[in-house]
Each structure stands twice: as structure tokens, then as C-alpha cells.
Design a protein around this ligand. Structure first.
Ligand code: ZN
Length: 856
């Protein structure tokens, strides 16, 4: 469509650089009239706007703006043929207008007169070249800028030489800020877009386009701000199609399909043939598995401009956001067939393919986009990420391709691979799934890299891992200094998504996928996955329970991190309820139904009763579960001053002996006062009231501290062992308990605990040291070797000693060449190391008498 290069482009450039300043404003008489018509347009009274502008045109033939507004209103209303007639009449009167021609491009597209586009382009170029003075007003500069961008000019230069000049020339000219906002959005530069649109709003608060721009710019980062801006746009203009469609988009993301339909009906009342509106309807039809109606809507979307690449791009993009990456990719390919230069489709296709694990083509396309459009932030991010990924190490086994930072792979890569293999074996069997291609797992030491690989942009700090079906991305422990989590639980969770997404061909609501993953975490290990706690209990019993039909939305814009955690927990509880009430087979059948395209409501109705029934039955189940947690405890906040001493708290507890928070405060106060023995009694009351309290200041942790202070070591260990049954990522607990078990010579326990510690902190030397010690005592040569190898990488002090220990372990495991190599390495570090000399001699001797090699 814009394939031909434009001969006048360089001349247009000269204009952009060299123009002198001049103004072209309408006279004040017409200005009043124009303001009124503009007001009609901006408030969405398009019919009226057409009518009044038509009248004004007959009265005042020489005002181009009336005609522009008439055309724009007709386009808004979908009266494309009328718009064309207005355009042609206007061109006769204003034969030198570049603004009419620029707007005319769109009019011609929707009237299928594609040949005129080239003509307009050539005319614009020629006119600007021949009479530059005529196009030196701010409005024309914006046309020139947009024209240059359309023809592939360098965006930064365009910004400097057209939009910025217009701003300087007329600092209160809001459309100039709209133009730069539009450009920034196009490049995914959301910060710059936000600045530009906010400035446009400051200059002219009445334009819904400016408010919508703010909403679009904040949508990826700040949902509240985006929603507020959208509200303002729709207040200015309730028929603002761009804003309505943005709302539709949000509803679809949150699986509020009924609400989306309602807003689409509003769009229909403005323009029943809007291409994007029809595209969204095609998406909804696809999600309902209504193939014919999907085709029909896509046809409507392409009715006037038959090769509009935006239609398939939009359909595909929404499908990909629903995890239908394969279907989404097919639509992007179709969009590119319509217009091979349509970069949004190429970018989206690149991202789809990377999520499908079709990496070669995905990276190739990302690089192509970047080469064409160096300002595209998605493309830039991806291409930069590709460089750091190239340094990753790949470990492969049993259909799993694991990529990690090379050093991390050496330290604990094999453990990760083993965990994934186990997840694959158990979960494929449980859910009757066979995986065809390899599953790609990437672990990122830098959170930002994880975010870019996962979302295309930095951010997403709340996510530990994400699964796309065949590709899993996760944060490695290296990025979790402050709040280390159990990577084993995370990967198990993500692998469960692989299972459910493959079983349903990615056709499942978000809540169900999350719910099953958390549920399966708890099934695999009772310490994994979210479990009930006082905060969740309060939310379950209060108004925070989300109806099942709206659960997916709860993941989208949670008001707080706690709410997001609660969404996971509640979803897992729904799954637990389904399995308890209807059995695991019903859950599996539900997944089969979804995979065949049955909607979640219908699938639930078939396997577990209607959604409404599920809502009420589940709500009862959840409340029961909540009230069973510590039923005798009083959870109210004690009305006592913050600095209440032990005596005051004891007095308070006489009246309210089961007040958990007061008990907790009393214990802490007694610890401050060093009255350790006295703390035992309230701690026992706490334990009786809430036996499962695994929190950082729960009774287990506090009682362990009391025993430690009183040097009651066996009791301390017993308490910590109870806590270890409830917690998967309490590193303080693992550190202390590993130490205590090692001190007691309980090497089996010590080995198990050090391994659990490593499931959280594999990049800390301490757990490797404990693992090595326990493994040596237990003659677990494999673990000895792994641990000392890890220590060599993590803590390169005593290198000679570590090599000697490795030499010994290899000798004992029968690998004499490796043993010899490490003995020599020890001597290389410390040539006078006697023990190493002795070890080397022994190894050489053993090598010479093979019969004895297993008996050093
Ligand atoms: Zn998940």
C-alpha cells in the first residue's frame, strides 16, 4: 500500500528543517462557529456535527475546517461513502490542502480506492516542496510529520523537526502533544507517551482523545490512573469509540465477556460497521468456539477496507493474550500478507513464536523489526535480551530444555532438571497428558530480563514464574535476595500449567489454571503452595470472596499484592472443592471439555453443576474452611496501647484469654524483658489455639527462641522440626535446624534439611557446606562431589582444601582420573600441601592396582 517510495520525500525533509515561522489561523468570526462545531464533534454529537458543518460550508465556502470536521464525523459514523463525497467536494475547493489529503488517505482506504493513496502521497510531497511557505503553520507541520513517519523517516528527527517545531511555534497547541504522544505509543515508549498526553490534557481538557491517550499510556503500569483517564474521556464524549473499545479490551482481558458485549452495542449505536469493534466480536466468537460467527465478524471488519492489517493484528493479539498463541500467530501472518510492512503484526508474531518455543523464526522477526524501527522499545528489549540469553547454558533431558546462567547451571542446574523431570513424570501421568515437543524452561538471574522475556517490558515484579504452554520463564534465586522463595515449588507450579494448558489446548480461564497449579503444589509437598493464614481467613469470611465467574479478573489488576496472593489461594480452594466434591476425574473431564471448545460455564454445568450453584456451594465450603482455622482464637485487635508492658497485657488476657494478638504481644514483651521461662505458658496457649501458625513471629519461631535462650537444645530442635513440616522457604529455620541436626550427628536429617535449604538458597555457600558434611558421613559420594563443586564456584577460599576433598570423594566413588585431577589441582594451589601429596600417591597406587580401586 505504501510500498512505493515517494519522490518528494527529501524535499519534504528540507521543508521540515528550513521553514520560517508563520501562522494561518481562521478569522475570528468563523472561529466562534468553528468552536461550536468542534464542541459537537468532541462531545460525540456526530450527526449534529455533520448537519451543522454542512450548513456552515454553504454559508462560508472558504473554511477548510468545516469540511475536515464533516469528513471526520462521517468517518466516525461509518458513512464512508458520504465522507468520500465530502472529501472530493472539498478537494475541488481547497486544491492545495495537505490536511485534506492526509485525512483523505483514510477515507480512500475505507472506500477501497487504494490507488488514490499513492496519488495523495505524491501530491503532498510535491506541494510541500513547491510552496513550503504555505505549509508552515502548526497544523500543517503535524501533517508533514505524520506523513514522514508513514514513509519510514527516522522518528527522532521527525519529532525534532516537525512536532517540536510546532510546539515552539505555538506552545499552547495541544494537537502537537497528541501527535508526539501517538508516536511514543507506537514505539511502546509509555513514559514519553504519558508525558505528552498529560501535557495535551493540560492545554485542552475538553478533548477526549487526549484523555484516552493518557489511559493508553498508563494501561501497562498504573491501572488506576488509566481508568481515571478513561472515565474523563467518556465524560467528555460518551460516544468516543476509541475509549469504548479500550473498555471492551479491558473487559475481554478480565474475561467479562458479557460486559464487553454491552459496550460493543454502544459502539454499534455510533458506527455499526467499525472494523475494530467487529474484530473484537470475532475474538469473542472465537472464545465461544463459534467458528461461523467469528468468520462473519471478521468479514464485517474487512468489509470496506478489505486489506486492513489492523483487523487480523487485533484479533490475533487478543487471542494471544488468551494464550491462544498458535491461532494468534496465524492472524499475524494474515495481517502481514495484507501489508508486509505492518510492524505491529511482525512484532506480535515474533513474540507469539517465542512463546510457542519456535525460537529461530521468533528471534529473526524481532531482529527484523528492530532493524526497521530502532525506536521500537519491545524490539529493542528483545534484541538486547537475546544477547544475554546467548550466554546461558542449556541442559537437556527427557524432553526438557533448561536454560540457565552458566554459573548457576554448574551449581544447581542438575537439581532443577531433576525436579522438572519428576514434575513431568508425575503430572503427565496424573492428568493423562502426553507432551509432543520439548518444554523450554528459562531461569533468569535478572528480574528485568525475566520481565522482558515474559511481558516484553520491564515490570511484573510480583511474578516468580510464567508459563505459556511449552515455554516456562522464571526468576532464578539470584534475583531474590530479599525474599527468597522455594524455586522447586515455583517450577512445579509452572510445570502444572504446561500440563493443563496442553490438555486444554490453552483454552481455559486463568483462575482454573492457577487454581490447579497451586492445588498440585500442595499435593506434591504439603509445605508448598498458598495455605490459609489469618489474613486469608479474614478475607474469606469478609466480603473479599470473588465469585468464581469473576475470579480471572482478580488476577488482572489486584488492589494489592495480598489480593493477588488471595486470588491464587481462592482459585486453589475452588479446585480443592471441585476435587473433594466431584473427584479428580470430574476435574480431568472438565479440562477435556474445555479443550474441545466448550465454554467454562457449560463445562462446569456438565461436570459439577451450574456456575451459580458452584458459587454458592463454594462460598459455603470456603467459609467453613475459614471458620475451621483456629476456631477458638479471638482474632480481634487488642485495644491496648502499643507500649503496654507484660503486666498490662496479662491483665487484658484475663478478660480475653484467647486473643491471639495479645498473646503474641505478651510473649514478645516477655522476650524483651528476658523472662524466657514465663513465655512458655502463653506460647502453649497460642499453639493450642492455632497449631498451624508457620509465620515468622508465630509460636513455633518464638518458642524455638525461648528454648535456645534457655539452652534446651533437644526441645528447640523438636519445635523447629514441627515448623519445618509447615514451611518451604524459611531459611532461618533451615539454617538452624541443619546446624542442630549436624551437631547431634543425625546426618540423615541434616542431609535432608540442607537439601530443603538448597531448594531456596542454592547460591549461598552455607547449605552446600552442611550438605557436604552430611554426605561425607553418609558416604553419599554424588552429593559430596556436587557440594564441593558448588563451593568451588561460590566461595573460592580454601581452594586447595576443596580440591583435596573432591579428590577424596572421587577416589571413594571409584573415579580415579577425576580424583587425580583434583589432587593435582590442590597441589597447584598449594604445592606444599602434605595431605594432597599423600592423597595423590594413594590415588596413583590405586590406579596401578585396579582390583583395589574401590577399596582405598
Ligand atoms: Zn501460575
Amino acid at each position: 500500500m505504501s510500498g512505493r517510495s515517494c519522490s518528494g520525500l527529501s524535499a519534504v525533509w528540507r521543508l521540515a528543517f528550513g521553514l520560517t515561522l508563520a501562522f494561518a489561523l481562521p478569522s475570528s468570526v468563523i472561529a466562534a462557529d468553528l468552536a461550536e462545531i468542534t464542541k459537537l464533534f468532541r462531545s460525540g454529537q456526530y450527526d449534529k456535527c455533520v448537519e451543522v458543518s454542512a450548513k456552515s460550508i454553504t454559508e462560508s465556502e472558504f473554511n477548510e475546517n468545516f469540511r475536515l470536521l464533516k469528513i471526520r464525523s462521517e468517518m466516525e459514523l461509518g458513512r464512508y461513502a458520504d465522507a468520500l463525497a465530502t472529501l472530493d467536494a472539498a478537494l475541488k475547493r481547497f486544491s492545495t490542502s495537505i490536511e485534506l489529503r492526509w485525512l483523505g488517505r483514510e477515507v480512500c482506504l475505507f472506500n477501497n480506492q487504494l490507488e488514490r493513496l499513492t496519488q495523495f502521497d505524491e501530491e503532498i510531497a510535491k506541494m510541500v516542496q513547491q510552496t513550503p511557505w504555505r505549509y508552515s503553520d502548526s497544523g500543517s507541520r503535524l501533517v508533514v510529520g505524520r506523513f514522514l513517519l508513514k514513509h519510514g523517516a527516522d522518528p527522532k528527527k521527525v519529532l525534532e523537526t516537525t512536532f517540536s517545531v510546532a510546539k515552539k511555534q505555538q506552545p499552547t497547541f495541544a494537537p502537537a502533544y497528541l501527535a508526539s504522544g501517538e508516536l511514543a505509543l507506537d514505539k511502546n515508549d509509555f513514559d514519553l507517551a504519558a508525558q505528552s498526553y498529560e501535557q495535551a490534557v493540560k492545554l485542552d481538557d475538553t478533548d477526549p482523545d487526549a484523555h484516552l491517550g493518557v489511559a493508553l499510556a498508563f494501561a501497562p503500569s498504573d491501572a488506576k490512573k488509566a481508568d481515571a483517564a478513561l472515565k474523563l474521556a467518556l465524560e467528555r464524549n460518551p460516544s468516543h469509540v476509541g475509549s469504548l473499545l479500550f473498555l471492551v479490551d479491558e473487559h475481554i482481558d478480565a474475561e467479562r465477556y458479557g460486559d464487553a458485549e454491552k459496550v460493543l452495542a454502544q459502539v454499534d449505536s455510533v458506527n455499526p460497521l467499525h472494523p475494530r469493534s467487529a474484530a473484537y466480536r470475532a475474538v469473542l466468537a472465537h472464545l465461544r468456539n463459534q467458528e461461523d460467527s467469528e468468520k462473519q465478524y471478521r468479514g464485517t471488519a474487512l468489509k470496506f477496507w478489505t486489506t486492513n492489517p489492523e483487523v487480523d493484528h487485533l484479533i490475533g493479539k487478543k487471542l494471544s493474550q488468551k494464550y491462544r498463541f498458535a491461532e494468534g500467530a496465524a492472524h499475524q501472518r494474515q495481517a502481514l500478507e495484507f501489508d508486509s510492512k505492518y510492524l505491529p503484526a511482525k512484532m506480535q508474531l515474533a513474540s507469539d513464536l517465542l512463546r510457542l518455543g519456535e525460537e529461530e523464526e521468533g528471534w529473526k522477526l524481532a531482529n527484523e523489526v528492530y532493524a526497521t524501527d530502532g525506536y521500537n522499545i519491545f524490539a529493542h528489549n528483545l534484541v538486547t535480551l537475546q544477547e544475554s540469553l546467548a550466554k546461558f547454558r542449556t541442559l537437556e533431558a527427557e524432553g526438557i530444555v533448561l536454560r540457565m546462567d552458566a554459573r548457576e547451571a554448574d551449581i544447581y542446574g542438575q537439581r532443577v532438571l531433576d525436579l522438572l523431570k519428576r514434575a513431568k513424570q508425575q503430572l503427565t501421568a496424573k492428568y493423562d497428558v502426553s507432551l509432543n515437543g520439548p518444554i523450554i524452561v528459562e531461569m533468569f538471574p535478572k528480574q528485568e530480563d525475566f520481565a522482558i522475556r515474559t511481558f516484553g517490558l520491564p515490570g511484573g515484579a510480583g511474578f516468580l514464574g510464567v508459563c505459556f504452554g511449552t515455554v516456562i520463564t522464571a526468576n532464578s534465586p539470584a534475583s531474590q535476595d530479599n525474599h527468597p522463595t522455594c524455586w522447586e515449588a515455583t517450577l512445579w507450579h509452572e510445570f502444572c500449567h504446561v500440563i493443563t494448558l496442553n490438555k486444554t489446548h490453552n483454552k481455559m480461564p486463568r483462575w482454573l489454571s492457577e487454581g490447579i497449579s497451586v492445588y498440585e503444589e500442595r499435593q506434591a509437598d504439603t509445605t508448598w503452595g498458598q495455605s490459609i493464614n489469618p489474613l486469608f481467613r479474614k478475607m474469606l469470611l469478609g466480603d473479599e470472596l470473588t465469585p468464581v465467574s469473576e475470579l480471572s479478573g482478580a488476577f488482572l489488576h489486584p488492589p494489592s499484592a495480598l489480593h493477588l496472593q488471595f486470588a491464587y489461594f481462592q482459585s486453589s480452594l475452588v479446585v480443592e472443592y471441585l476435587v473433594e466434591k466431584h473427584g479428580i476425574d470430574a476435574l480431568k473431564k472438565l479440562l477435556v471439555d474445555l479443550g474441545q471448545g466448550v465454554t467454562i460455564n457449560d463445562a462446569l454445568a456438565r461436570q459439577a453443576g451450574s456456575l451459580d450453584e458452584l458459587d454458592s456451594a463454594f462460598s459455603e465450603f470456603a467459609r467453613k474452611r475459614a471458620s475451621e482455622m483456629a476456631p477458638d482464637a479471638d482474632w480481634s485487635a487488642p485495644e491496648r496501647p502499643r507500649r503496654a508492658d507484660a503486666a498490662l497485657l496479662t491483665e487484658y488476657l484475663k478478660e480475653r484469654p484467647t486473643n491471639y494478638a495479645a498473646l503474641q504481644r505478651l510473649v514478645k514483651q516477655l522476650l524483651v524483658e528476658k523472662k524466657f521461662a514465663a513465655a512458655k505458658e502463653p506460647l502453649e496457649t497460642m499453639r493450642r489455639l492455632y497449631p498451624q501458625d508457620a509465620s515468622a513471629d508465630g509460636h513455633f519461631v518464638l518458642l524455638a527462641r525461648v528454648h535456645r535462650e534457655l539452652k534446651e537444645t533437644p526441645q528447640e530442635r523438636a519445635v523447629l522440626e514441627k515448623l519445618a513440616e509447615l514451611s518451604d522457604d524459611n531459611v532461618d529455620l533451615f539454617a538452624r535446624l541443619t546446624e542442630l541436626t549436624a551437631q547431634a550427628g543425625d546426618w540423615k536429617a541434616s542431609r535432608q534439611l540442607s537439601l530443603r535449604w538448597l531448594a531456596v538458597s542454592p547460591l549461598q555457600p552455607a547449605p552446600h557446606r552442611f550438605a557436604a558434611e552430611a554426605a561425607e558421613k553418609l558416604k553419599d559420594h554424588g552429593l559430596v562431589i556436587d557440594s564441593y563443586r558448588a563451593l568451588l564456584l561460590l566461595s573460592p577460599t580454601d581452594v586447595a582444601d576443596l580440591h583435596l576433598k573432591l579428590a577424596t570423594a572421587f577416589q571413594q566413588s571409584g573415579d580415579l582420573p577425576a580424583a587425580k585431577r583434583h589432587a593435582l589441582l590442590a597441589l597447584e594451589e598449594a604445592p606444599r600441601f602434605r595431605a594432597a601429596h599423600r592423597r595423590l600417591l594413594e590415588i596413583i597406587k590405586a590406579s596401578e592396582s585396579p582390583s583395589q580401586e574401590r577399596n582405598p
